[in-house]
Design a protein around this ligand. Sequence first.
Ligand SMILES: [Zn+2]
Length: 280
Amino acid sequence: MLVNLVEILKIAEEKKCAVGAFNTPNLECVLAVIAAAEKLEVPVIIAHAELHEDVAPLQKIGPVMVQAAKAAKVPVCVHLDHCETLSYMQEALEIGFTGVMYDGSTLPYEENLANTKKAVAMAKAYNCGVEAELGALASREGGGANASGPVYTDPEEAVAFCKETGIDALAPSFGTAHGIYKSKPVLDLDRVKTIAQKTGLPLVMHGGSGVSPEDYRTGIANGLRKINYYSYMSKAGTNAVRELLDKEDVTFFHDLALAAQKAMEADAERAMRVFAGKNP
Ligand SMILES: [Zn+2]
């Protein structure tokens, strides 16, 4: 069933766990993630990043995501990830997205604040929840380096930002990075705890794939309620395709797509187990 970002984060808060948010830039990803969530009977967020517009245009994949969420046996939020332009957000709202992340983290504070306020006003008219980012991760979505390097979120600034904008969830910067990690990430999870306590809002981990189960557990105990996970799931799909091609003389593309889908489903399931506090 389709639910909004506020509702799904409330479920996570009640259970003191985190909801996984998975980018789904093609049908195989949509099917894999929803199947894993239904198997484990956990709520899930499926997300479309503005960055993936070339892979799957919002106007084409968006309605597929909304339809899949409505048909799912578990609560599903359809979320716009790293939206940097408000007109793009408007398109998603009209398609029926129930969560949006406005990312003004590269802008000066005042501009980020003003745009996030606008995003909140737009989203509320559609009963859609809003996540925003403050501080800057070491890398941009898609893996490119952040020009200014990582800027960890200041707890006091976070309190003022959340209060003024009226957002529903905050993505702070505390040491994670997008893409595939080259070395083990060192996370400032005390900062997460402080920001969660001071703002009273559910917090979001970006660059969540590649983090150790131990860090997930501590992060969740400290207030993370949404964990963005994509790169390692996608890599699992690629590996499955490579193995199949090494083993067999495959003719049909749909056989490769199906192998990738099954591998991504298994990887998403592993991640969801940890986020939900279930045994591995
Ligand atoms: Zn992100």
